[in-house]
Ligand binder design. Structure first.
Ligand code: MTE
Ligand code: MO
Length: 530
Protein backbone atom coordinates (compact mmCIF):
# COMPACT_ATOMS: atom_id res chain seq x y z
CA UNK A 1 0.00 0.00 0.00
CA UNK A 2 2.73 2.45 -0.83
CA UNK A 3 1.51 5.06 -3.22
CA UNK A 4 3.73 8.09 -3.73
CA UNK A 5 2.45 11.32 -2.18
CA UNK A 6 0.53 13.34 -4.75
CA UNK A 7 2.39 16.31 -6.04
CA UNK A 8 1.03 19.79 -5.67
CA UNK A 9 -0.68 21.72 -8.37
CA UNK A 10 1.11 24.89 -7.26
CA UNK A 11 4.45 25.52 -5.71
CA UNK A 12 4.35 26.40 -2.01
CA UNK A 13 5.01 30.10 -2.55
CA UNK A 14 2.21 30.42 -5.07
CA UNK A 15 -0.10 28.39 -2.85
CA UNK A 16 0.58 30.51 0.24
CA UNK A 17 0.15 33.65 -1.85
CA UNK A 18 -3.08 32.22 -3.21
CA UNK A 19 -4.32 31.70 0.35
CA UNK A 20 -3.57 35.30 1.29
CA UNK A 21 -5.15 36.65 -1.91
CA UNK A 22 -8.26 34.57 -1.25
CA UNK A 23 -8.51 36.18 2.19
CA UNK A 24 -8.07 39.63 0.66
CA UNK A 25 -10.77 38.90 -1.93
CA UNK A 26 -13.09 37.67 0.82
CA UNK A 27 -12.49 40.73 2.98
CA UNK A 28 -12.98 43.02 0.02
CA UNK A 29 -16.33 41.35 -0.63
CA UNK A 30 -17.17 41.86 3.05
CA UNK A 31 -16.24 45.52 2.76
CA UNK A 32 -18.47 45.90 -0.31
CA UNK A 33 -21.46 44.33 1.43
CA UNK A 34 -20.79 46.33 4.62
CA UNK A 35 -21.06 49.47 2.50
CA UNK A 36 -24.66 48.66 1.60
CA UNK A 37 -26.22 49.61 4.92
CA UNK A 38 -25.38 51.82 7.88
CA UNK A 39 -25.92 48.88 10.22
CA UNK A 40 -23.35 46.57 8.65
CA UNK A 41 -19.77 46.14 9.83
CA UNK A 42 -16.85 44.56 8.01
CA UNK A 43 -15.67 41.20 9.39
CA UNK A 44 -12.34 42.38 10.82
CA UNK A 45 -14.08 45.15 12.77
CA UNK A 46 -16.80 42.75 13.97
CA UNK A 47 -14.16 40.35 15.26
CA UNK A 48 -12.11 43.20 16.73
CA UNK A 49 -15.11 44.55 18.64
CA UNK A 50 -15.72 41.14 20.21
CA UNK A 51 -12.03 40.88 21.11
CA UNK A 52 -12.15 44.30 22.80
CA UNK A 53 -15.07 43.18 24.95
CA UNK A 54 -13.61 39.76 25.73
CA UNK A 55 -9.95 40.29 26.54
CA UNK A 56 -9.12 39.95 30.23
CA UNK A 57 -8.05 43.10 32.04
CA UNK A 58 -4.33 42.25 32.40
CA UNK A 59 -4.03 41.72 28.65
CA UNK A 60 -5.85 44.97 28.00
CA UNK A 61 -3.59 46.81 30.47
CA UNK A 62 -0.51 45.50 28.69
CA UNK A 63 -1.97 46.52 25.33
CA UNK A 64 -2.75 50.04 26.55
CA UNK A 65 0.63 50.35 28.27
CA UNK A 66 2.34 49.29 25.03
CA UNK A 67 0.24 51.05 22.42
CA UNK A 68 -1.47 53.84 24.39
CA UNK A 69 -4.32 55.38 22.44
CA UNK A 70 -3.05 53.53 19.34
CA UNK A 71 -4.32 50.31 20.89
CA UNK A 72 -7.18 50.15 18.40
CA UNK A 73 -4.88 50.31 15.39
CA UNK A 74 -2.65 47.71 17.05
CA UNK A 75 -5.61 45.39 17.59
CA UNK A 76 -6.84 45.63 14.01
CA UNK A 77 -3.29 45.16 12.72
CA UNK A 78 -2.90 42.13 14.99
CA UNK A 79 -6.08 40.55 13.65
CA UNK A 80 -4.96 41.17 10.08
CA UNK A 81 -1.53 39.61 10.75
CA UNK A 82 -3.09 36.48 12.28
CA UNK A 83 -5.49 36.28 9.35
CA UNK A 84 -2.70 36.56 6.79
CA UNK A 85 -0.73 33.79 8.48
CA UNK A 86 -3.73 31.47 8.73
CA UNK A 87 -4.67 32.26 5.12
CA UNK A 88 -1.17 31.44 3.92
CA UNK A 89 -1.27 28.12 5.79
CA UNK A 90 -4.68 27.35 4.28
CA UNK A 91 -3.19 28.08 0.87
CA UNK A 92 -0.47 25.51 1.52
CA UNK A 93 -3.00 23.00 2.81
CA UNK A 94 -5.12 23.55 -0.30
CA UNK A 95 -2.39 22.08 -2.49
CA UNK A 96 -3.12 18.56 -1.27
CA UNK A 97 -6.18 18.83 0.91
CA UNK A 98 -8.50 21.23 -0.88
CA UNK A 99 -11.50 20.14 1.13
CA UNK A 100 -9.81 20.74 4.42
CA UNK A 101 -8.54 24.12 3.27
CA UNK A 102 -12.02 25.09 2.06
CA UNK A 103 -13.46 23.99 5.38
CA UNK A 104 -10.80 26.01 7.21
CA UNK A 105 -11.65 29.13 5.24
CA UNK A 106 -15.33 28.53 5.91
CA UNK A 107 -14.61 28.28 9.65
CA UNK A 108 -12.74 31.61 9.54
CA UNK A 109 -15.71 33.22 7.84
CA UNK A 110 -17.97 31.60 10.44
CA UNK A 111 -15.94 33.31 13.18
CA UNK A 112 -16.81 36.60 11.48
CA UNK A 113 -20.47 35.59 11.19
CA UNK A 114 -20.55 34.73 14.89
CA UNK A 115 -18.77 37.94 15.87
CA UNK A 116 -21.25 40.00 13.86
CA UNK A 117 -24.24 38.11 15.25
CA UNK A 118 -23.04 38.60 18.85
CA UNK A 119 -22.62 42.33 18.38
CA UNK A 120 -25.17 43.98 20.69
CA UNK A 121 -25.72 46.65 18.05
CA UNK A 122 -26.36 44.03 15.35
CA UNK A 123 -29.50 44.20 13.27
CA UNK A 124 -30.14 40.53 12.61
CA UNK A 125 -30.08 38.64 10.36
CA UNK A 126 -28.50 41.27 8.09
CA UNK A 127 -25.48 41.79 10.32
CA UNK A 128 -23.96 38.46 9.25
CA UNK A 129 -24.05 39.30 5.53
CA UNK A 130 -20.56 40.87 5.24
CA UNK A 131 -18.88 37.85 6.85
CA UNK A 132 -21.06 35.51 4.81
CA UNK A 133 -19.94 37.29 1.65
CA UNK A 134 -16.34 36.97 2.82
CA UNK A 135 -16.68 33.20 3.09
CA UNK A 136 -18.63 32.84 -0.14
CA UNK A 137 -15.88 34.64 -2.03
CA UNK A 138 -12.78 33.43 -0.17
CA UNK A 139 -13.48 29.70 -0.48
CA UNK A 140 -13.87 29.51 -4.28
CA UNK A 141 -11.05 31.99 -4.86
CA UNK A 142 -8.79 29.86 -2.69
CA UNK A 143 -9.59 26.72 -4.69
CA UNK A 144 -9.32 28.52 -7.97
CA UNK A 145 -5.96 30.12 -7.21
CA UNK A 146 -4.37 27.05 -5.66
CA UNK A 147 -5.99 24.22 -7.56
CA UNK A 148 -6.84 25.98 -10.76
CA UNK A 149 -10.45 24.83 -10.62
CA UNK A 150 -13.43 24.91 -8.33
CA UNK A 151 -14.18 21.21 -8.61
CA UNK A 152 -11.10 20.56 -6.52
CA UNK A 153 -13.24 20.65 -3.46
CA UNK A 154 -15.08 17.58 -4.73
CA UNK A 155 -11.85 15.63 -5.05
CA UNK A 156 -10.29 13.50 -2.41
CA UNK A 157 -6.65 13.51 -1.57
CA UNK A 158 -6.17 10.56 -3.88
CA UNK A 159 -7.77 12.36 -6.79
CA UNK A 160 -5.53 15.35 -6.60
CA UNK A 161 -3.60 15.72 -9.76
CA UNK A 162 -0.39 13.93 -9.02
CA UNK A 163 1.04 14.17 -12.47
CA UNK A 164 4.39 15.87 -12.11
CA UNK A 165 4.52 19.14 -13.98
CA UNK A 166 6.68 19.19 -16.99
CA UNK A 167 8.68 22.33 -17.53
CA UNK A 168 6.15 23.43 -20.09
CA UNK A 169 3.33 22.93 -17.61
CA UNK A 170 5.15 24.92 -15.01
CA UNK A 171 5.50 27.85 -17.34
CA UNK A 172 1.84 27.74 -18.25
CA UNK A 173 0.91 27.18 -14.68
CA UNK A 174 2.96 30.11 -13.45
CA UNK A 175 1.56 32.41 -16.09
CA UNK A 176 -1.92 31.16 -15.32
CA UNK A 177 -1.39 31.86 -11.65
CA UNK A 178 -0.09 35.35 -12.24
CA UNK A 179 -3.09 36.19 -14.42
CA UNK A 180 -5.50 34.75 -11.85
CA UNK A 181 -3.72 36.48 -8.96
CA UNK A 182 -3.73 39.84 -10.74
CA UNK A 183 -7.40 39.62 -11.51
CA UNK A 184 -8.14 38.77 -7.88
CA UNK A 185 -6.11 41.76 -6.70
CA UNK A 186 -7.84 44.09 -9.15
CA UNK A 187 -11.29 42.77 -8.29
CA UNK A 188 -10.58 43.08 -4.58
CA UNK A 189 -9.39 46.66 -4.92
CA UNK A 190 -12.53 47.62 -6.83
CA UNK A 191 -14.82 45.92 -4.32
CA UNK A 192 -13.06 47.39 -1.28
CA UNK A 193 -13.00 50.92 -2.67
CA UNK A 194 -16.62 50.64 -3.80
CA UNK A 195 -17.58 49.42 -0.32
CA UNK A 196 -15.82 52.33 1.33
CA UNK A 197 -17.38 54.86 -1.03
CA UNK A 198 -20.84 53.37 -0.51
CA UNK A 199 -20.27 53.41 3.25
CA UNK A 200 -19.61 57.14 3.17
CA UNK A 201 -23.30 57.70 2.50
CA UNK A 202 -23.85 56.96 6.18
CA UNK A 203 -21.28 59.44 7.49
CA UNK A 204 -23.02 61.97 9.67
CA UNK A 205 -20.47 64.74 9.09
CA UNK A 206 -22.63 66.77 6.70
CA UNK A 207 -25.80 66.23 8.73
CA UNK A 208 -23.91 67.38 11.82
CA UNK A 209 -22.58 70.45 10.04
CA UNK A 210 -26.12 71.46 9.03
CA UNK A 211 -27.64 71.20 12.50
CA UNK A 212 -28.79 74.40 14.16
CA UNK A 213 -28.36 74.46 17.91
CA UNK A 214 -30.74 76.32 20.22
CA UNK A 215 -29.09 78.97 22.34
CA UNK A 216 -28.66 77.78 25.89
CA UNK A 217 -30.97 79.11 28.57
CA UNK A 218 -27.91 79.53 30.75
CA UNK A 219 -24.55 80.07 29.09
CA UNK A 220 -21.25 78.82 30.37
CA UNK A 221 -19.22 81.47 32.16
CA UNK A 222 -16.90 83.32 29.82
CA UNK A 223 -13.37 82.40 30.65
CA UNK A 224 -11.77 85.48 32.23
CA UNK A 225 -8.32 86.17 30.81
CA UNK A 226 -7.18 85.94 34.40
CA UNK A 227 -8.34 82.32 34.23
CA UNK A 228 -5.69 81.64 31.67
CA UNK A 229 -2.22 83.02 32.34
CA UNK A 230 -0.35 83.84 29.17
CA UNK A 231 2.48 81.35 29.48
CA UNK A 232 3.90 79.55 26.48
CA UNK A 233 3.45 75.82 26.79
CA UNK A 234 0.50 76.02 29.19
CA UNK A 235 -2.59 74.10 27.99
CA UNK A 236 -5.38 76.28 26.66
CA UNK A 237 -8.10 76.62 29.29
CA UNK A 238 -10.76 75.27 26.96
CA UNK A 239 -9.49 72.28 25.02
CA UNK A 240 -10.38 72.60 21.32
CA UNK A 241 -12.58 69.72 20.15
CA UNK A 242 -9.92 68.51 17.76
CA UNK A 243 -7.40 68.20 20.63
CA UNK A 244 -9.75 66.69 23.17
CA UNK A 245 -8.65 63.22 24.23
CA UNK A 246 -10.71 60.28 22.98
CA UNK A 247 -11.20 57.09 24.97
CA UNK A 248 -13.76 54.40 24.13
CA UNK A 249 -14.11 50.79 23.10
CA UNK A 250 -15.41 51.50 19.59
CA UNK A 251 -12.99 50.40 16.85
CA UNK A 252 -14.55 52.66 14.25
CA UNK A 253 -16.22 55.99 14.83
CA UNK A 254 -19.96 55.32 15.10
CA UNK A 255 -22.01 57.20 12.50
CA UNK A 256 -25.37 57.66 14.17
CA UNK A 257 -27.92 59.96 12.62
CA UNK A 258 -29.64 62.46 14.89
CA UNK A 259 -32.68 62.39 12.60
CA UNK A 260 -34.00 59.11 13.93
CA UNK A 261 -32.15 59.10 17.25
CA UNK A 262 -34.09 58.38 20.41
CA UNK A 263 -33.21 58.35 24.08
CA UNK A 264 -35.32 55.95 26.12
CA UNK A 265 -35.49 56.42 29.87
CA UNK A 266 -36.74 53.33 31.62
CA UNK A 267 -36.22 50.84 34.44
CA UNK A 268 -37.26 51.80 37.98
CA UNK A 269 -39.43 54.70 36.87
CA UNK A 270 -43.12 55.50 37.13
CA UNK A 271 -43.63 56.01 33.43
CA UNK A 272 -40.91 55.27 30.91
CA UNK A 273 -40.48 57.81 28.17
CA UNK A 274 -38.66 58.08 24.84
CA UNK A 275 -37.25 61.40 23.67
CA UNK A 276 -36.21 62.21 20.14
CA UNK A 277 -33.16 64.33 19.42
CA UNK A 278 -35.47 67.20 18.48
CA UNK A 279 -37.49 66.77 21.70
CA UNK A 280 -34.29 67.32 23.65
CA UNK A 281 -33.20 70.31 21.57
CA UNK A 282 -36.59 71.90 22.26
CA UNK A 283 -36.21 71.62 26.04
CA UNK A 284 -34.66 74.33 28.22
CA UNK A 285 -30.90 73.83 28.14
CA UNK A 286 -27.84 74.89 30.07
CA UNK A 287 -24.22 75.22 29.04
CA UNK A 288 -21.51 74.42 31.57
CA UNK A 289 -17.72 74.46 31.58
CA UNK A 290 -16.61 71.05 32.83
CA UNK A 291 -13.24 69.33 32.92
CA UNK A 292 -13.50 65.66 32.02
CA UNK A 293 -10.92 63.08 33.08
CA UNK A 294 -10.26 59.47 32.21
CA UNK A 295 -9.52 57.05 35.04
CA UNK A 296 -6.69 55.68 32.89
CA UNK A 297 -4.88 59.00 32.97
CA UNK A 298 -1.37 58.54 34.35
CA UNK A 299 0.20 61.11 36.66
CA UNK A 300 1.25 63.88 34.26
CA UNK A 301 -0.89 62.40 31.47
CA UNK A 302 -3.13 64.12 28.97
CA UNK A 303 -6.39 62.13 29.21
CA UNK A 304 -8.05 65.22 30.63
CA UNK A 305 -9.65 68.21 28.94
CA UNK A 306 -12.02 71.08 29.49
CA UNK A 307 -14.97 71.97 27.27
CA UNK A 308 -18.25 73.79 27.45
CA UNK A 309 -21.07 71.30 27.27
CA UNK A 310 -24.63 72.21 26.32
CA UNK A 311 -27.57 70.00 27.07
CA UNK A 312 -30.58 69.23 29.20
CA UNK A 313 -30.11 68.63 32.92
CA UNK A 314 -30.81 64.94 33.53
CA UNK A 315 -32.78 65.92 36.62
CA UNK A 316 -35.41 67.55 34.39
CA UNK A 317 -35.82 64.36 32.38
CA UNK A 318 -35.95 62.16 35.47
CA UNK A 319 -38.63 64.40 36.91
CA UNK A 320 -40.78 63.61 33.89
CA UNK A 321 -40.44 59.86 34.22
CA UNK A 322 -40.59 59.74 38.04
CA UNK A 323 -37.83 57.78 39.76
CA UNK A 324 -38.58 54.89 42.11
CA UNK A 325 -36.99 55.85 45.46
CA UNK A 326 -35.44 52.35 45.64
CA UNK A 327 -33.31 53.02 42.55
CA UNK A 328 -29.74 54.00 43.46
CA UNK A 329 -27.93 53.76 40.11
CA UNK A 330 -28.40 55.64 36.84
CA UNK A 331 -27.02 53.70 33.89
CA UNK A 332 -26.30 55.32 30.55
CA UNK A 333 -26.28 52.78 27.73
CA UNK A 334 -24.75 53.37 24.32
CA UNK A 335 -25.97 52.05 20.98
CA UNK A 336 -23.48 49.18 21.31
CA UNK A 337 -24.52 48.20 24.83
CA UNK A 338 -21.52 49.88 26.47
CA UNK A 339 -22.64 51.18 29.86
CA UNK A 340 -21.62 53.66 32.55
CA UNK A 341 -23.44 54.00 35.87
CA UNK A 342 -23.35 56.45 38.75
CA UNK A 343 -25.32 57.20 41.92
CA UNK A 344 -28.81 58.67 41.51
CA UNK A 345 -27.89 61.47 43.98
CA UNK A 346 -25.17 62.64 41.59
CA UNK A 347 -27.81 63.64 39.05
CA UNK A 348 -28.89 66.59 41.17
CA UNK A 349 -25.82 67.12 43.35
CA UNK A 350 -23.31 67.19 40.51
CA UNK A 351 -25.76 68.21 37.80
CA UNK A 352 -25.61 65.44 35.20
CA UNK A 353 -26.32 66.65 31.68
CA UNK A 354 -27.65 64.95 28.59
CA UNK A 355 -25.33 66.76 26.22
CA UNK A 356 -25.69 67.58 22.51
CA UNK A 357 -23.08 70.29 22.06
CA UNK A 358 -19.39 70.66 22.88
CA UNK A 359 -17.64 74.02 22.68
CA UNK A 360 -20.55 75.49 20.74
CA UNK A 361 -20.75 72.77 18.08
CA UNK A 362 -22.91 69.70 17.83
CA UNK A 363 -21.02 66.90 19.61
CA UNK A 364 -18.24 65.64 17.36
CA UNK A 365 -18.76 62.03 16.21
CA UNK A 366 -15.84 60.76 18.33
CA UNK A 367 -17.21 62.50 21.40
CA UNK A 368 -20.63 60.88 21.19
CA UNK A 369 -22.79 62.40 18.44
CA UNK A 370 -25.70 62.76 18.68
CA UNK A 371 -26.01 62.52 22.51
CA UNK A 372 -23.88 61.79 25.53
CA UNK A 373 -23.91 62.11 29.29
CA UNK A 374 -21.56 64.34 31.26
CA UNK A 375 -21.42 64.42 35.06
CA UNK A 376 -18.85 66.64 36.75
CA UNK A 377 -16.38 65.05 39.13
CA UNK A 378 -16.77 61.41 38.11
CA UNK A 379 -14.30 59.61 35.86
CA UNK A 380 -15.59 59.10 32.32
CA UNK A 381 -16.01 55.34 32.60
CA UNK A 382 -18.75 55.68 35.24
CA UNK A 383 -20.41 58.83 34.01
CA UNK A 384 -19.93 59.89 30.42
CA UNK A 385 -21.71 57.47 28.06
CA UNK A 386 -21.24 58.57 24.45
CA UNK A 387 -23.67 57.64 21.65
CA UNK A 388 -26.30 57.52 24.38
CA UNK A 389 -29.45 55.58 23.51
CA UNK A 390 -30.89 54.60 26.90
CA UNK A 391 -30.89 55.69 30.50
CA UNK A 392 -31.92 53.00 32.92
CA UNK A 393 -32.77 53.48 36.57
CA UNK A 394 -31.62 50.46 38.55
CA UNK A 395 -29.56 49.53 41.63
CA UNK A 396 -25.85 48.96 42.13
CA UNK A 397 -26.73 45.48 43.41
CA UNK A 398 -28.66 44.58 40.31
CA UNK A 399 -26.37 45.85 37.60
CA UNK A 400 -22.62 46.07 36.92
CA UNK A 401 -21.66 48.54 34.21
CA UNK A 402 -19.09 47.71 31.50
CA UNK A 403 -15.87 48.48 33.39
CA UNK A 404 -17.19 47.33 36.76
CA UNK A 405 -17.75 43.93 35.17
CA UNK A 406 -14.04 44.14 34.39
CA UNK A 407 -13.12 44.80 38.03
CA UNK A 408 -12.78 48.59 38.10
CA UNK A 409 -14.38 50.35 41.06
CA UNK A 410 -18.12 50.90 41.13
CA UNK A 411 -17.81 54.46 42.48
CA UNK A 412 -15.15 56.58 40.93
CA UNK A 413 -14.91 60.21 42.05
CA UNK A 414 -12.02 62.07 40.42
CA UNK A 415 -8.92 62.40 42.60
CA UNK A 416 -7.25 65.77 43.19
CA UNK A 417 -4.45 66.02 40.64
CA UNK A 418 -1.99 68.53 39.26
CA UNK A 419 0.25 68.58 36.21
CA UNK A 420 3.25 70.63 35.13
CA UNK A 421 2.72 71.66 31.49
CA UNK A 422 5.86 73.78 31.17
CA UNK A 423 8.79 73.31 31.29
CA UNK A 424 8.66 69.82 29.90
CA UNK A 425 10.98 67.05 31.01
CA UNK A 426 14.66 67.44 30.04
CA UNK A 427 14.19 71.04 28.90
CA UNK A 428 17.36 73.12 29.10
CA UNK A 429 16.28 76.38 30.63
CA UNK A 430 17.54 79.88 29.90
CA UNK A 431 18.88 81.78 32.89
CA UNK A 432 16.67 84.22 34.76
CA UNK A 433 13.09 83.76 35.83
CA UNK A 434 11.29 80.84 34.18
CA UNK A 435 7.55 80.39 34.55
CA UNK A 436 6.64 76.92 35.78
CA UNK A 437 2.98 76.46 34.88
CA UNK A 438 0.28 73.89 34.59
CA UNK A 439 -3.20 72.77 35.52
CA UNK A 440 -4.76 71.25 38.62
CA UNK A 441 -8.17 69.67 38.98
CA UNK A 442 -10.54 68.31 41.62
CA UNK A 443 -13.89 68.64 39.87
CA UNK A 444 -16.83 69.68 42.09
CA UNK A 445 -14.46 70.50 44.98
CA UNK A 446 -12.31 73.04 43.18
CA UNK A 447 -8.63 73.83 43.68
CA UNK A 448 -7.57 76.00 46.63
CA UNK A 449 -3.79 75.78 46.47
CA UNK A 450 -1.01 74.58 44.18
CA UNK A 451 2.57 74.25 45.37
CA UNK A 452 5.80 73.59 43.55
CA UNK A 453 9.13 72.51 44.93
CA UNK A 454 12.59 72.24 43.48
CA UNK A 455 14.41 69.00 44.29
CA UNK A 456 13.87 68.27 47.98
CA UNK A 457 13.26 71.92 48.92
CA UNK A 458 10.20 73.38 50.62
CA UNK A 459 6.95 73.54 48.65
CA UNK A 460 6.35 77.10 47.42
CA UNK A 461 2.92 78.46 46.70
CA UNK A 462 2.13 78.99 43.01
CA UNK A 463 -0.09 81.83 41.74
CA UNK A 464 -3.55 80.53 40.97
CA UNK A 465 -5.44 81.86 37.99
CA UNK A 466 -8.99 82.98 38.67
CA UNK A 467 -11.28 79.99 39.22
CA UNK A 468 -13.85 79.60 36.44
CA UNK A 469 -15.85 77.24 38.63
CA UNK A 470 -15.34 74.20 40.81
CA UNK A 471 -16.07 71.81 37.92
CA UNK A 472 -13.12 72.93 35.82
CA UNK A 473 -9.41 72.73 36.20
CA UNK A 474 -7.51 75.70 37.48
CA UNK A 475 -4.36 77.03 35.93
CA UNK A 476 -1.32 78.08 37.96
CA UNK A 477 2.09 79.67 37.50
CA UNK A 478 5.15 79.68 39.70
CA UNK A 479 7.92 82.05 38.66
CA UNK A 480 11.21 80.26 39.23
CA UNK A 481 14.39 82.27 39.61
CA UNK A 482 16.81 79.77 38.14
CA UNK A 483 19.80 82.02 38.90
CA UNK A 484 19.23 81.43 42.60
CA UNK A 485 20.09 77.78 42.28
CA UNK A 486 23.20 75.85 41.43
CA UNK A 487 23.32 75.19 37.69
CA UNK A 488 22.61 71.62 36.68
CA UNK A 489 19.91 69.00 36.85
CA UNK A 490 16.84 69.76 38.95
CA UNK A 491 13.52 68.12 39.64
CA UNK A 492 10.33 70.19 39.79
CA UNK A 493 7.40 68.65 41.65
CA UNK A 494 3.83 69.90 41.96
CA UNK A 495 0.99 69.11 44.32
CA UNK A 496 -2.49 70.58 44.71
CA UNK A 497 -4.99 71.01 47.52
CA UNK A 498 -8.70 70.81 46.77
CA UNK A 499 -11.53 72.97 48.06
CA UNK A 500 -12.14 70.63 50.99
CA UNK A 501 -8.53 70.98 52.18
CA UNK A 502 -7.46 67.57 50.92
CA UNK A 503 -3.83 67.62 49.83
CA UNK A 504 -2.93 65.56 46.76
CA UNK A 505 -1.26 62.41 48.04
CA UNK A 506 2.35 61.62 47.23
CA UNK A 507 1.51 57.93 47.30
CA UNK A 508 1.81 56.48 43.82
CA UNK A 509 -1.08 54.42 42.53
CA UNK A 510 -1.66 52.98 39.09
CA UNK A 511 -4.92 53.87 37.32
CA UNK A 512 -6.51 50.51 38.19
CA UNK A 513 -8.95 50.27 39.95
CA UNK A 514 -9.99 53.89 40.68
CA UNK A 515 -7.50 56.35 39.23
CA UNK A 516 -3.79 57.16 39.45
CA UNK A 517 -2.33 59.15 42.32
CA UNK A 518 1.05 60.65 43.13
CA UNK A 519 2.90 63.88 42.42
CA UNK A 520 3.95 64.93 38.94
CA UNK A 521 7.64 65.74 38.51
CA UNK A 522 9.78 66.89 35.62
CA UNK A 523 13.54 66.92 35.39
CA UNK A 524 15.12 70.03 33.81
CA UNK A 525 18.59 71.52 33.35
CA UNK A 526 19.58 75.05 34.36
CA UNK A 527 22.56 77.33 34.05
CA UNK A 528 25.54 77.41 31.76
CA UNK A 529 25.73 73.66 31.72
CA UNK A 530 22.35 73.81 29.95
N1 MTE B 1 -20.22 54.55 24.44
C1 MTE B 1 -19.10 54.76 25.13
N2 MTE B 1 -19.01 55.86 25.90
C2 MTE B 1 -17.89 56.10 26.62
C3 MTE B 1 -16.81 55.21 26.57
C4 MTE B 1 -16.92 54.05 25.75
O1 MTE B 1 -16.01 53.22 25.67
N3 MTE B 1 -18.08 53.87 25.04
N4 MTE B 1 -15.67 55.50 27.31
C5 MTE B 1 -15.82 56.38 28.46
C6 MTE B 1 -14.55 56.83 29.00
S1 MTE B 1 -13.58 55.65 29.74
C7 MTE B 1 -14.18 58.14 29.02
S2 MTE B 1 -12.82 58.65 29.87
C8 MTE B 1 -14.96 59.15 28.28
C9 MTE B 1 -14.08 59.88 27.32
O2 MTE B 1 -14.82 60.78 26.56
P1 MTE B 1 -14.14 61.49 25.31
O3 MTE B 1 -13.65 60.39 24.40
O4 MTE B 1 -15.17 62.35 24.71
O5 MTE B 1 -12.98 62.28 25.86
O6 MTE B 1 -16.03 58.58 27.55
C10 MTE B 1 -16.73 57.57 28.21
N5 MTE B 1 -17.85 57.22 27.39
MO1 MO C 1 -11.90 56.64 30.73
Amino acid sequence: MTSPPPSATRGPVAAATGGVLAAIAGLAAGELVAGLSANLTSPVISIGNRVVDAVPRPVKDIAIATFGTNDKIALVAGIVVVLVIVAAVLGLVARRRPRIAAAGAAVLAAVGVLAAALDPAAVLPWAVLPSLATGLVAVPVLLWLVQGNLQAVATTRRDVDDRPFTDGDRGTSRRGFLVAASSVIAGSAVAAVAGRLLGRRFDVASERADLALPSPGESAPTIPTAGHPDVEGLSSFVTPNADFYRIDTALTVPQLSSADWTLRIHGMVDQEETFTYDDLLAMPSVERAITMTCVSNQVGGNLVGTATWQGVPLAALLERVGVDPAADQVVGRAFDDWTAGFPVEAVAERESLVVYAMNGEPLPEVHGFPLRLVTPGLYGYVSATKWLSEIELTTFDAFDQYWVERDWDQRAPIKVMSRIDTPVGFDRLASGTVPVAGVAWAQTRGIDRVEVRVDDGEFQQADLAEAVGTDTWRQWVWPWDTDAIEPGRHTLTVRATDGTGEVQTEERAEPFPNGASGWHSVVVFTGDGA
